[in-house]
Design a protein around this ligand. Sequence first.
Ligand code: NAD
Ligand code: ZN
Ligand code: ZN
Length: 389
Amino acid sequence: MSESKNRRSARRSTADAPPAPTSPRSSKKAKTNGSSTSSRNLSFVLEKPGAVTFEDRPVPTLKSPHDVIVNVQYTGICGSDVHYWVHGRIGNFVVENPMVLGHESAGVVTEVGENVKSLKVGDRVAMEPGVPCRRCVRCREGKYNLCFDMQFAATPPFDGTLARYYSLPEDFCYKLPEGMSLEEGALIEPTAVAVHICKQAGIKPGDKVVVFGAGPVGLLCCAVAKAFGATKIVTVDINEERLQFALKYAASSAFRSQKESAEDSAKRLIKDCDLGVGADVIIDASGAEPCIQTSIHALRTGGTYVQGGMGKPDIEFPIVAMCVKELNLKGSFRYGSGDYALAVDLVGSGRLSVKELITGQVKFEDAEKAFEDVKAGKGIKILIEGPKE
Ligand SMILES: NC(=O)c1ccc[n+]([C@@H]2O[C@H](COP(=O)([O-])OP(=O)(O)OC[C@H]3O[C@@H](n4cnc5c(N)ncnc54)[C@H](O)[C@@H]3O)[C@@H](O)[C@H]2O)c1
Ligand SMILES: [Zn+2]
Ligand SMILES: [Zn+2]
C-alpha cells in the first residue's frame, strides 16, 4: 500500500465525526448484498512527468463504517490531470510518488459500510472527489472546500479515481436520478465547479453575464448562469469553433478576443454585445491575463467579478478601475456545501444538459491516448471507461 493510501486511511478513521471503528477492517460487517467486488484493481498511474503506466493496485477496503466502495464506470479528463501528466506538479503540489490520475467520476456502489444509510449495493452515483477533515475552522463554518486538510483525488499525495475501485464516505456519493446516465454522472464534477462559481457570483434572474473562456468550465458556467436566470450570457474566447459551440449550447451572444488594449477590448465587448452600462457579472474561466483585465473594464459600477480560471500566478491588474467602480471581486475554488447536489439536480431535472459536452469516449486501456487528445485541445470532454477486468 502506498504511503499516500496509508495516510488517507489513518486520517480518515479519525476525521469522520462518529467514533472510529476499532478494527482496521469494518468491512467484516459490511453489507455486501451480493457485492461484485473483484480482487483486481487496475489503475492508471502517473509514475513521473510524461510517464504513465497501468498497475494492479490493492482493492480499497472500507476504512470507516460510513464508507462505500464504488466501481468506477466513467471518468472525465480535466486540465489539471493533463498538467500533472506533463509537468508533474501544479504550484506547490508536486507528484513525488506514483499517483493514480483522475477525479471526475461516476460509478456503481459495490460495498457499503455497516452504518451506511443512504446507499445500497448497485446504486449509481456521482463521486465527489475531495474529502475534507470536517473538523477545522473552515469545515465547521460550512466552507469545506477551503479545508486545511483536504484529501483530493489526484492531487498529490492522494490517488485519483482512474481505477476499478475507489472508496468514499457515503455523503460524498450522490445517487443519480433515474434517467440520468453514468456518463452524465461523470460530468457532475465540472458542473459543480460551475455551480460554485455562479453561486460566488450571486447570479440573479435578469443579470447580464459575461464568461471568459469556452472550455468545459466556461461552457458549464454559461449553462448554470442560464439556469440561475441570467437573461444575457456572453461567451468569450479566441477559438471560433468553441464560440460556435457555446452559442449552440447555452450562450446568447459570442465575442472573440483580439490583440488590443484591455480598455479597447472592453469597449468593443460592451458595444458589440449590447451590454449598456456594462455587465452585472463577469466570470473568468480562461485564466488568461488579457481576459482578467478586460473583465474589470467591462463590468458596470458595483458589478461582480469571479476568478475561476487558474493561469499565471501573478498578473498586472487594473486596480484603480476596480476601486472607483466599487467592484466585488471573488475567488472560486472547487465546490462546497450543496454544490454537487445542486449539479445533480440541475442535470437530473433537465434544466441543464451535459450530454453535448461529451465529445469522445475511450476504453481504459486507451487512457493515455485520451490524455494526448485533451492536451492537443481536441473536443470538449473525453471520458475514459472504467476497467472491465
Ligand atoms: N476554480 C476552480 O476550482 C477550477 C476548477 C477546474 C478548472 N479550473 C480552471 O478553469 C479554467 C478553465 O478550465 P477548462 O477545463 O474549461 O480549460 P480549457 O483550457 O479547456 O478552457 C480555457 C479556454 O480559455 C480560452 N482562452 C485562452 N486564452 C484566452 C484569451 N486571451 N481570450 C479568450 N479566451 C481565451 C481557451 O481558448 C479555452 O477555450 C482553467 O484555468 C482551469 O485551471 C478552475
Ligand atoms: Zn477537474
Ligand atoms: Zn477541514
